[in-house]
Ligand binder design. Structure first.
Ligand code: IP8
Length: 269
């Protein structure tokens, strides 16, 4: 992917480099129960973020929507944009309100750190990996927070759902000095060979490696594991360490940063 921004030649990040991470919606919420946050998960991720920040890294945290976004977005078909004869205005406001609520849990867990919050509806138009939006605000030193959201789109769609996975792609590839991009998932050690109970972890996933995940379209309005893996391959063209890990064990992120290895799936092109 072509870089769309021309930053100053000297990367504006600390000498330790920038870490970009996604906190999956199924990691930080109970996806089956409307607007149910899992505060202990957020707390343990925040602890690891504190540690990584103390090591001298700038960070970008993108969080998914889970049950604060996908359930209502699915019911009102928000990912399809404006549908004549379907009243969607109230659902847009509700999903945005719910996402603000989830985001405030993340902010609260990191309150003692130098955080900058960037709700996508305030700087993004259009959806997918080619969304329009100025990423300059993410260059300030510290810890930047953003999330999957309902954003405005050009007509005729007028609005749509921007996935955190697309934010991961653009932020990882376009911010300078990114050394590591990690997708922390809920309850799976990485990308698995298939969706059965006998599935094995794929420690190194390349474009040649096959896998057959499931995308539960009844729950997820964005692309599930397939979108994530596709985005991860794009990121791996620019970033050396691209990983899927089990977010129940956030210390694995520190292992990647310190040793370049952990239990999880490393993505390589
Ligand atoms: O969970 C979806 O973001 P994702 C955003 O990162 C909404 O795919 C509002 C459903």
């Amino acid at each position: 992917m072509k870089r769309r921004y021309h930053f100053e030649r000297k990367p504006r990040t600390g000498p330790m480099g920038r870490i970009v991470m996604k906190w999956g919606g199924s990691l930080i919420t109970d996806k089956s129960s409307l607007c149910t946050v899992l505060p202990n998960r957020i707390e343990s991720l925040a602890k690891t973020v504190r540690q990584i920040h103390e090591m001298g890294h700038d960070l970008v945290i993108v969080h998914g929507a889970g049950s604060f976004g996908h359930i209502r977005a699915k019911e009102y078909r928000l990912a399809e944009g404006n549908i004549p004869d379907l009243e969607q205005g109230e659902a847009i406001q509700l999903v945005r309100r719910d996402m603000d609520q989830l985001h405030s849990h993340v902010i609260d867990a990191l309150r003692d750190l130098p955080i900058h919050s960037h709700p996508p509806r305030e700087f993004v138009t259009n959806t997918g990996s080619t969304f329009h939006g100025d990423l300059d605000a993410f260059l300030a030193p510290g810890i930047h927070l953003t999330f999957g959201d309902v954003v405005n789109c050009d007509p005729p769609a007028d609005f749509g759902i921007l996935s955190g996975d697309d934010l991961m792609l653009r932020l990882s590839n376009e911010l300078p000095g990114v050394i590591c991009s990690i997708f922390a998932m809920g309850g799976t050690p990485g990308v698995m060979t298939d969706s059965s109970t006998e599935a094995d972890l794929i420690p190194l996933l390349t474009v040649e490696t096959g896998f057959s995940g499931v995308h539960d379209e009844n729950v997820d309005v964005t692309g599930g594991i397939f979108l994530k893996v596709e985005r991860a391959f794009e990121i791996a063209k620019h970033v050396e360490h691209v990983w899927f890990i089990d977010g129940h064990h956030p210390s694995r992120m520190v292992e990647i940063i310190n040793t370049g290895e952990t239990m999880g799936t490393r993505i390589s092109i």
